[in-house]
Structure formats: structure tokens, C-alpha cells
Design a protein around this ligand. Sequence first.
Ligand code: GLN
Length: 226
Amino acid sequence: AAEKTESTGGKIVMVTNAEFPPYEYHENDTIVGIDADIARAVAEQMGVELEIQDMAFDSLIPAIQSGKADFAAAGMTVNEDRLKNVDFTDTYAQAAQVIIVKTDSPIASPDDLTGKKIGVQTGTTGDIYADDIENAEVQRFNKGMEAVMALNQGKIDAVIIDREPAKVFVKENEGLKILDEAFTEEEYAIAVKKGNTELLEKMNAAIKELKESGELQKIVDKYITA
Ligand code: GLN
């Protein structure tokens, strides 16, 4: 009889949108970042090989639903609407939606966004919140960085985006700042197909282990310097 190895079997496919530093971005030919490192550590604990595929943010949940991918790790905020379509692991990061404006902008708080031109990344929570702002004209971009460029060029008045990528984009572009007052507080988790409790439980166990061993904090510290 053929010898059975104790390998739990093969490969796990992650999808992400690698336009979201420091959580996921391209470095040379690889996708690196906090989510990529967490996923690698989780896969290692599960004894499976990890494959990472890059796609538009609003394609991630459909890719999981169709079974094209096993999970999405993409700085994805847990919200009620998404919970109807996917299951989420335990959360692994605190996050926030913040507002980026030009340094000389009259916009000083979220209340000043009424009637303004606001740039967001399509399908993100920033997109959802911007939609609720009275009389705002929402411009949607495929990449957060494209929204920031439009702001830089004076085509829009503000960008609503997650805090950590906001910090990276503001550092890379002169003349921009992040408002002190955040728009919302949120939490990130990994999304799996609805009902895939086997994977969900394995991932939760791995995340718990990463938290308790301090490995998760090490990964964060590698990419975010205070
Ligand atoms: N946290 C935001 C969301 O879940 C943005 C995530 C992203 O652009 N990768 O919608």
C-alpha cells in the first residue's frame, strides 16, 4: 500500500488587494505586509502551503463565496452587511477610518465634509460612510493611492481611508495631513466562506496562538513603527 504522509493536505488560497500598505502591498514580485505575514504564520501552523492572489477589493467576498479562494485577509473591516455573506475570524487589529486633506484645507472635522468631493476606494467601509454624508459627491477609485493622488491634484477635497495606509500615503505625498478626529473605529478580521467552520476554527486557533506567543505583535512592529 502507498505510504500515507501526515501532511494535512495541500494548499490554502488567500485573496487580497495588495494596494493597502502596511497590510498588503507589492515589494518586487511578492506580496508583503502584516496580513501576508499573518497568513503565512497561520498556514504554517495549519501545515498547509499558502498561495496569495491579488484582486480588486470588491471582488474579495465574491471570490470566497464562489469557492475560488479559501479566505480573504485584506485589512477587512467586520460589519453587519459583510457578515451576511461571509464568516469572520476573531479580530486581529484595531482600525479606524480617517480623513486626509491638504494641509491648507478648511476641512477640520468630519462635520465639515458636508457637500464636499470625497474620494474613497470602491467597496470599502470608507465608501459606505462617505455615501451617508449629506450632499457629498463621492468619487470611487480602484486604489486608495489613486484617491490620494486626486486629492493632491485638487480634484477632490478629502479622502476617507483606513488609518495605517493613510499614514503611509501622507508620508509619501507632501502637503497632506490626517485630521485628528477619526471618522469611525473598526476592527479587522479574516473572512472565510459562510459555514466553513472547520477552516474558521483552525484559523481562530492559529490567531489565538499568534496573539499569545507575541508573534502577532512582532509582525505588526515589523511594519508599523510608532
Ligand atoms: N477596512 C476597509 C474595509 O474593510 C478597507 C480595506 C481595504 O481597502 N483593503 O472596507
